[in-house]
Design a binder for this molecule. Structure first.
Ligand SMILES: [Zn+2]
Length: 173
């Protein structure tokens, strides 16, 4: 069920907040109308009926009693406490629900666009990772080549010393 702990208890604000939060259900738990109606019983279970407030289409905001069994076990017992709203109120509610649907549709589109952007960013990151790995490989290769060159130079240096020694020996002869 929906928690109203942090919400304004005014029914209009509750409805707007719920719509903005995307929390929409067939009935809502209202702090002013909740619990069991102890003198009304559902026929099948012979249990006290649950007090609920409708949150669907033109029924929105009307109090009713329903079977108190958990979802999936309800017998379908419903008894309206409030009369049907006047046509002007029903029209206003229908407009509000149309706005809810429109807002939900816009949010789905936003989510789709966000998902697409995230997908592109992940692909970009994977490409950057691949480039980075290649760069590290190239640097290692360059360092190896540099080491080989040092080895080569030391070989040249040894040869040079040997030649100098030979020259020195020649002079001595
Ligand atoms: Zn029942």
């Amino acid at each position: 069920m929906i928690s109203f702990d942090l919400l304004c208890p005014c029914p209009v604000h509750m409805m707007i907040t719920l719509i903005l939060l995307g929390k929409v259900s067939i009935s809502l738990e209202d702090p002013d109308y909740k619990g069991l109606e102890l003198d009304v019983f559902c026929e099948k279970h012979e249990k006290a009926a649950e007090r609920l407030v409708a949150f669907e289409g033109t029924y929105t905001g009307r109090r009713f009693l329903a079977c108190a069994e958990p979802e999936g076990h309800k017998c379908g017992f419903v008894q309206w406490v409030d009369h049907q709203w006047p046509p002007t109120m029903e029209n206003a509610l229908l407009m509000l629900w149309a706005m809810v649907e429109e807002s939900k549709f816009a949010r789905v589109n936003d989510n789709f666009e966000s998902a697409f952007t995230i997908h592109n960013l992940i692909e970009e990151k994977n490409k950057l990772d691949a480039n980075y790995d290649k760069l590290v490989q190239d640097v290692h290769q360059l360092m190896d080549m540099q080491e080989d060159r040092v080895v080569d130079l030391s070989y040249v240096h040894a040869n040079l010393i040997y030649l100098q020694q030979c020259r020195k020996n020649c002079w001595m002869i």
